[in-house]
Ligand binder design. Structure first.
Ligand code: HEM
Ligand code: CU
Length: 851
């Protein structure tokens, strides 16, 4: 039976249990999924391993940033202190904020998700294990680079939001700003890679039967947060690009003398920065939403309300960024609007909290370490939320802006909203990861030390702030009257740090010395606790049919059935790592996806890409180019050898009467979705550039008229050329489907020729008009748009030649056209990009002229 004719409610019974078969299947699964041994372990791609590396690395950066925090507090302990120099102090607080936000808060979400999401979904792995590994290596390399800079006195020192013009003028800010811009862009790319992986994972790797409305809350939050990363990071990448172009080549974006505007940076930064706050804290709410039902021994009250509120917060959070700019002198109307919108976020956030509290009230909650942390989190976070409501009011914010009141507020939300829930999660899942139990008594100590220390450190900052202590000052005078409160803060922060040390020792204590646990120690309802003790590398012995949000509670006998291999894919006969891909809404099984195993390619790809970003910081352009080319070569080899293989048979029996295809191309496949989602993020970055264009247009009355118009004919030719690159690709798809691979190859070779000629025509038009990016913001914006387009034309060229070669080699065929389908999707986005570019370069100015 294939999946169309398949009724999930009426499955044939499992075959009778046979011990010898079970043993053979287990052996085959083991050899297929086993991690490589010795130093080859680092070539592994299994989500359990990569997730763990991610987790440990993020915590390492947390420790680093925490030590910086202690340096800050030591410096501020007494007035007139000279423990840190002023210059070093600037680097220390900038790097503290930067590392906490970019190297800890976001990556830790991805780390936890990579580690537990597949298991909660009852999947063997995520659909692109190698992508996760690549993302991890990029994160490690970029993070070490950014953090390492402080040992050379070269760390960024412009604050974690790097405001122009301080950051745009190399005279005020040294190489640190470049390290910040390039290093973080590189890390953002890896964050986006992980987000793509997680979105596709939630949408397509759910077990059969787990319809969207049956998905555990944790998965909903992962979907929402990964989606937010996809829309929030790209505007910042666009901003980074503009700022680096100004720093390295003198392009005029932020310099008011040349028609630039520093506020553009603030907009692009906070369009990212505000959602970032929710990107950081929603995953932690997700942890509470996962932990709470377990200890309440009942389903969460208001499941759908929580999901809707999470989605609501995500949407709202993109409309709030201006509340970080209340004091820059914006029109009153926009102040009122953004103030009201900021208050509105309290509503969906409140709904989520109310559902949690309601669940706790109706159930008898079992006291436990994770719940202790969850309770502490709610207490701190609600307090931080209240001061948030205060600073969202414009008159109050005018007083409190850039004072220690804000430092207090942001740490109450971040530490209450993300750190404490995260620690709850650490204690909750420690037995899942290690199959041992932490020392509960030490756990309580760590809680009370951190809870007490935290409040002692940050509560006084509300007063120092109101008394006028500005943030980011390296020292103060005894006559300011802040000395006692600052000393209290410092003592508190060291107590907090002591609590964290207790936690770290507890968790890192040799595993063997902790007490072993039985399966599903907390008696939880979600699938990750179905893991056998001792743990196996295959994720789940057989992939079950899921009919409940809490299957381990509601589906009697499920564990035994899974263990005996009575469900889907109980075997790995061909020695291939296989997943079941299901459809987005109803999780009906669609096909069997084969995922590649361990490889060094991702490490090399990350090293080359990292090198080219790092050397670009020092303007060694040649090395950057060579290394970039090496990255492209490795990636192409990785794609060629690792993706879209033609399977040895087109169908496969997966058990319980179900036979599934082993290949899929187009909109059902995971590869297509990955391209679609990645390109959505890419378009968002482009929209950031479009935003810049219209931003200048609204703030500069003569934005369009400072230069000669570009010749329309050349622009039209450019437009036609790049559009031709798209059209020829679509034609190639038609040719291949019509079983004319030769013609398809021809079209795929002609396509980039059209695109490159088109780009040349565009550039010629800009040169004809004498556009010089260092002269004025208009010229710089046009060149930035063209630069963006040309990079995409070039990427298209690479992929077109790659796909032509695949057709020629017989890997991409009329019946197995995945590569070409994905490429066509890419060029659809290219077409939208060139249409919008043409509209801004040619149509919009014409239309304005006609007005
Ligand atoms: C371990 C406890 C922590 C302590 C004692 C601490 C201390 C501080 C202090 C004193 C400042 C103000 C520095 C200044 O304005 O001169 C600061 C800034 C900041 N902290 Fe923390 N912090 C801690 C944890 C965190 C965490 C967990 C996060 C985020 C997840 C975080 C994010 C930030 C950010 C974004 C800034 C602003 C940096 C800037 O002004 O550019 N901190 N921290
Ligand atoms: Cu905000």
């Amino acid at each position: 039976m294939t999946s169309d004719a398949f009724d999930l409610d009426d499955l044939p019974p499992a075959e009778p249990y046979d011990e010898a078969r079970d043993k053979a299947q287990r052996e085959r699964l083991l050899t297929t999924w086993q991690s490589p041994k010795g130093w080859r372990y680092l070539s592994d791609v299994n989500n359990s391993e990569v997730g763990l590396w991610y987790l440990l690395t993020s915590f390492a950066f947390f420790c680093f940033a925490g030590v910086l925090a202690l340096l800050i507090r030591t410096q501020l302990a007494v007035p007139g202190n000279d423990f840190l120099s002023q210059d070093l102090y600037n680097q220390v607080f900038t790097l503290h904020g930067t590392a906490m936000m970019f190297l800890f808060a976001v990556p830790i979400f991805e780390a936890v998700a990579i580690l537990v999401l597949p298991e909660i979904l009852g999947a063997r792995d995520l659909p692109f294990p190698r992508l996760s590994a690549f993302g991890y290596w990029c994160f490690l390399i970029g993070g070490v680079f950014v953090c390492g800079s402080i040992f050379f006195g070269a760390a960024p020192d412009g604050g974690w939001f790097m405001y122009a013009p301080l950051s745009s003028n190399p005279e005020y800010s040294g190489v640190g700003a470049d390290i910040w811009l390039l290093g973080l862009s590189f890390i953002e790319v890896s964050s986006i890679a992980a987000a793509v992986e997680l979105i596709v994972g939630v949408l397509k790797s759910r077990p059969p039967g787990m319809r969207l409305n049956q998905m555990p809350l944790y998965c909903w939050y992962v979907l929402v947060v990964a989606g937010m990363i996809l829309f929030a990071f790209p505007p910042l990448i666009a901003g980074d690009l503009l700022l680096e172009l100004e720093r390295a080549f003198g392009w005029a974006f932020f310099d008011p003398d040349r028609g630039g505007d520093p506020l553009l940076w603030q907009h692009l930064f906070w369009i990212f920065g505000h959602p970032e706050v929710y990107i950081v804290f929603l995953p932690s709410i997700a942890l509470i939403a996962t932990i709470l039902p377990t200890f309440a021994s009942r389903p969460m009250i208001g499941h759908s309300w929580i999901v809707l509120s999470a989605v609501g917060v995500a949407f709202l959070s993109f409309g709030l960024w201006v509340h970080h700019m209340f004091t820059v002198g914006l029109p009153e109307i926009s102040l009122s609007f953004f103030s009201a919108a900021s208050e509105a976020v309290a509503v969906p956030t409140g709904i989520q909290i109310f559902c949690f509290v309601a669940t706790m009230l109706v159930a008898k909650v079992r006291p436990s370490l994770p719940m202790l942390f969850a309770g502490g989190a709610l207490a701190i976070f609600v307090f931080g939320g209240l001061t948030g409501v205060m600073v969202a009011l414009v008159p109050f914010d005018w007083q409190a802006h850039d004072s220690y009141f804000v430092v207090a507020h942001l740490h109450y939300t971040l530490i209450g909203g993300m750190l404490f829930p995260l620690f709850a999660g650490v204690y909750y899942w420690y037995p899942f990861v290690t199959q041992r139990q932490t020392n509960q008594k030490a756990g309580k100590w760590s809680f009370w030390l951190m809870f007490g220390g935290f409040n002692l450190a940050f509560l006084p900052m509300h007063w120092t702030g109101v008394m006028g202590m500005p943030r980011r000052v390296w020292t103060y005078d005894v006559t300011d009257g802040w000395a006692v409160l600052n000393m209290v803060s410092t003592v508190g922060s060291f107590i907090f740090a002591a609590g964290f040390v207790v936690l770290a020792v507890n968790v890192l204590w040799p595993r063997g010395k902790h007490a072993p646990v039985k399966r599903n120690v907390w008696n939880a309802g979600t699938m990750e606790w179905s893991a056998e003790v001792p743990d196996k590398p295959w994720g789940v012995r057989s992939i079950p049919l899921i009919k409940s949000r809490y299957p381990l509670w509601d589906q009697p006998g499920l564990l035994d059935q899974i263990d005996r291999g009575e469900w889907f894919l109980p075997d790995a006969k061909e020695g291939k790592r296989e997943l079941i891909v299901t459809d987005i809404l109803d999780a009906r099984p669609l096909f069997v996806q084969r995922v590649p195993g361990p490889s060094w390619l991702m490490l090399f790809a990350a090293l080359f890409l990292g090198t080219s970003f790092i050397v670009a910081t020092y303007h060694w352009w040649t090395v950057a180019l060579i290394s970039g080319a090496a990255f492209v070569a490795v990636t192409l080899y990785w794609l060629w050898t690792g993706t879209a293989h033609i399977p040895e048979k087109t169908e496969k029996y997966v058990g319980r009467g179900l036979t599934l295809p082993t290949y899929e191309a187009g909109a059902g496949s995971v590869g297509w979705w990955a391209v679609f989602i990645t390109m959505t993020g890419d378009m968002t970055a482009f929209v950031g550039l479009v935003f810049s264009y219209f931003f200048f247009w609204t703030v500069l009355p003569d934005f369009m008229s400072t230069t000669e118009a570009m010749p329309f004919g050349w622009l039209l030719l450019g437009f036609a050329g790049v559009l031709g690159q798209w059209g020829l690709t679509v034609a190639a798809r038609g040719q291949l489907a019509g079983r004319a691979p030769g013609a398809a190859i021809g079209a795929l070779i002609a396509a980039p020729v059209a695109g490159v000629l088109g780009m040349a025509a565009f550039a010629w038009a800009a040169m004809q008009a004498g556009l010089d990016p260092t002269r004025h913001s208009f010229d710089a914006t046009i060149w930035a748009l063209l630069l963006w387009l040309s990079v995409h034309v070039a990427l298209g060229l690479l992929m077109q030649l790659y796909t032509a070669a695949r057709i020629w080699a017989g890997i991409c065929t009329p019946d197995f056209p995945a590569d070409l389908r994905n490429l066509t999707l890419y060029t659809h986005f290219l077409a939208v990009t060139v249409i919008m570019t043409f509209a801004m370069l040619a149509v919009f100015p014409l239309w304005l002229g006609a007005l």
